[in-house]
Design a protein around this ligand. Structure first.
Ligand SMILES: Nc1ncnc2c1ncn2[C@@H]1O[C@H](COP(=O)(O)OP(=O)(O)O)[C@@H](O)[C@H]1O
Ligand SMILES: [Mg+2]
Length: 718
């Protein structure tokens, strides 16, 4: 073996260190990512289109919120090769995203759009969608690589002044922008956008699209790129739908391209939206192909504050670097350094820390030696400190979670929970969960998990994500749902999880999945359990009401017969006996009359939401659930919503008189009105609907009633 390798080594002349040195050189960050564009989410044409939309929309939302402007965003995708053959795998598109944010000052345009790793969010600890400073410039770079076309930017930082029109391409060797057009223009948003389709023209006429009054300042970014537009899971449409759910304060208009590349099933959870649009003011609407996600709430999320790192969340190397930086900029004392560069360090704690490091409060930060820094670091771990402040976070909140889900998912039961802030590696974070159950959701499929980080939907790498693991690890059987071992629960269920943090630990640069920190997963599970408990309570209650309803029907079936027989024996008036029995039957099965909204709010009018985290929409109780019972609790759901507090409907409408009739015999119409109790109290007025118990004195049941022991206080049924 050795001999062989020796001879090979002799025959081949390898490179010398000097020769290798001639080839060793810098790698520019943009060259690196141009080669590894899959790391940034540009792996295939379909995902590339989505990623570009996502980066631009994220930036627009961030910018609007930072400037305290209610976001108004237009996303326009133009198909530049509409005549391509049907077999084409991809096509050239022009993506334009316009926002009414604060705009960008002229001198920063090249840096923002023409350089990777340049941004305002990386160095600060504050909740925002962007983090790394590679988002929009990477999208522009992908466009340049695939089409050779520069990015077109229009930005207007001052309401009264002209807008800038800049076209630039990134030089990947130098990671710098090369500007090809630079001029001042009057129109913002670019007038061209108004006339793109007949839908946009119609909307412009009513002031609902790129109107200069709404977009007084802002930015418009256009990128030409090779992409693929196809609806379904992981599509631009899904991304925008979910963004609208997590950002009910934003109004988003979307002009899709004229052609859809594929016929994948429309996995839209908003598929019902058009049908709903007539009745719900907040639902998505479509005008001539333009999709509008209207604003669900009029308030911006609470303003967030930037925080300093927490002493317990940093590493030794970082501490050393921070000391060096402080010396370079401030030349101040260790005492001041500790208070200024960390959160939760009071002057008393700072003095304690100086002492622990073997320094005085006057020691200069630059004079702190490595062993002293190490002592200081050890002390950081031991000292008791309050957790970091949480005003750097803007969670969605229970109310908005419910508003968002209600807007996007048509279900019968909604629950939400927002946990209080926790800390991982010294960084505060907050977990929120919400679930939607029943209604139009498919009953026999695994639950759908929708994941968000800092209000951004995460559409890929589900199984690598901490939130998905948390859903799997939650015991959904405890809440009356079916859950095959190690899998998602099965049932008409959508589970939403949101992590808000000053730094979301993504597993990769493309920001698709949240890393699996124990602290984070634990909080997620607790939030899910809270929602699960609310759902369990609701399902139990429905089950109980149904059982009692069935019991009452059994009683009802026989009391006519009993009243008649007892009347014949005792000479008592049979009608009076019947009424007395009826009262008893009602009393014993009173649960059946309970209102379902006792544990939560029934939605009576649009927008009437409370902070208790539960919402019930009885009118959405669907026959889909009824006819396909799949979970342990499903048979209970099979009950028509007789006892649910339903929206009052036309009182004259005929209703099925029986609540316990076999579901299969029911007409498939959606039960949306309050049936039965009236029929119970006025037996003679009961409509002769089919499987109903017959008129009081002529019971249909041929079986004789079971013998009952009479009690002292009058007629009872058991
Ligand atoms: N639409 C916009 N309006 C205002 N500022 C923007 C906009 N888009 C980007 N920016 C600025 O450009 C910076 C870089 O954006 P980006 O490359 O996406 O990185 P990141 O969002 O991670 O910081 C942002 O931090 C922000 O300051
Ligand atoms: Mg960004």
């Amino acid at each position: 073996m050795e001999a062989v390798s020796e001879t090979t080594a002799k025959r081949r002349k390898g490179a010398t260190a000097e020769e290798m040195a001639t080839r060793q050189r810098d790698i520019s960050v943009s060259e690196f990512f141009a080669k590894n564009r899959h790391l940034l989410g540009f792996d295939n044409p379909r995902k590339a289109l989505l990623t570009a939309v996502k980066e631009a929309v994220d930036n627009s939302l961030d910018a609007c919120e930072e400037a305290s402007i209610l976001p108004e965003i237009a996303v326009i995708i133009e198909d530049l090769q509409p005549d391509r053959p049907a077999t084409a795998k991809s096509s050239r598109y022009r993506l334009t995203v316009v926002d009414n944010g604060p705009g960008i000052v002229r001198k920063q345009v090249e840096n923002i759009f023409g350089r990777l790793l340049y941004g305002s969010k990386f160095h600060r600890l504050k909740m925002s969608r962007g983090q790394q400073g590679i988002g929009i410039s990477a999208a522009g770079m992908y466009g340049l690589i695939t089409t050779g076309r520069p990015m077109v930017i229009h930005t207007k930082p001052k309401a009264g002044s002209a807008a800038h029109h800049i076209e630039l391409a990134m030089n990947t060797k130098t990671n710098r922008a090369e500007v090809t057009t630079d001029e001042e223009v009057k129109d913002f948003p670019p007038a061209r956008l108004a006339t793109i389709t007949s839908g946009t023209r119609a909307l412009v006429a009513e002031g609902g699209f790129v109107s200069p009054e709404t977009f007084r300042t802002g930015t418009s970014v256009s990128i030409e790129l090779e992409g693929r537009y196809q609806r379904g899971r992981g599509s631009v449409d899904e991304f925008l739908e979910l963004t609208a759910i997590a950002n009910p304060h934003a109004r988003i208009t979307f002009v899709p391209p004229s052609r859809d590349a594929g016929s994948e099933d429309d996995a839209s959870i908003l598929a019902h939206a058009e049908a709903n649009a007539a009745t719900k003011a907040t639902a998505t609407t479509e005008t001539g192909g333009v999709v509008i996600y209207p604003r669900g709430v009029q308030d911006l999320p609470p303003e967030t504050r930037e925080i300093q790192p927490h002493p317990k969340g940093i590493e030794l190397g970082i501490l050393l670097q921070m000391l060096k930086d402080y010396e370079a900029t401030e030349k101040g004392s260790l005492f001041n350094f500790l208070q200024e560069r960390f959160c939760r360090v009071s002057s008393a704690t700072a003095a304690q820390m100086c002492k622990a490091a073997g320094a005085t409060s006057r020691t200069r930060a630059g004079d702190v030696e490595a062993p002293q820094a190490e002592k200081l670091f050890t002390f950081f771990q031991e000292v008791k400190l309050p957790p970091p402040p949480t005003d750097c976070l803007a969670p969605i909140g229970v109310r908005q979670l419910l508003a968002g889900l209600l807007k996007g998912v048509r279900a019968e039961f909604y629950a939400a929970s927002s946990r209080s802030a926790e800390v991982y590696r010294g960084r505060p974070f907050q977990i929120e969960a919400a679930i939607a159950f029943g209604g139009d959701l498919p009953a026999d499929e695994p639950a759908r998990v929708i994941r968000f980080a800092n209000r951004v939907p995460l559409l890929f790498q589900q199984s690598a994500c901490s939130s998905f693991k948390a859903v799997l690890e939650t015991g959904w059987k405890n809440y009356n749902l079916q859950q095959p071992r190690g899998s998602l629960p099965v049932g008409p269920l959508v589970i939403m999880l949101h992590m808000a943090s000053v730094w979301v630990p993504f597993t990769s640069e493309s920001k698709e999945a949240i890393a699996d920190y124990d602290e984070i997963r634990k909080e997620m599970k607790l939030a899910l359990m809270e929602c699960g408990r609310k759902l369990g309570t609701y399902l139990n209650k429905r089950a109980k009401m149904r059982r009692e309803g069935e019991r009452r029907d059994v009683f009802e079936r026989y009391i006519g017969e009993i009243a008649k027989a007892v009347g014949a024996i005792t000479g008592e008036d049979a009608k009076r006996l019947y009424d007395a029995l009826q009262v008893q039957a009602k009393r014993k099965t009173a649960v059946a009359d309970q209102q379902l909204d006792e544990d939560g709010k029934v939605l009576r009018e649009q927008g009437e939401l409370d902070d208790d985290g539960v919402l019930i929409v009885p009118t959405a109780m669907s026959d889909a659930v009824v006819s396909a019972p799949v979970t342990v609790a499903m048979p209970e759901l099979a009950a028509p919503p007789a006892r649910a507090k339903a929206k009052p409907s036309t009182p004259a409408s005929p209703k099925p008189a029986s609540r316990s009739a076999a579901p299969s015999s029911k007409p498939p119409a959606k039960p949306a009105s309050k049936p039965a109790p009236a029929a119970l109290s006025k037996p003679s007025a009961k409509p002769a609907a089919k499987p109903a118990p017959a008129a009081p004195f002529k019971p249909v049941a041929p079986r004789p009633p079971a013998p009952r022991r009479p009690s002292q206080d009058g007629p009872t049924l058991f």
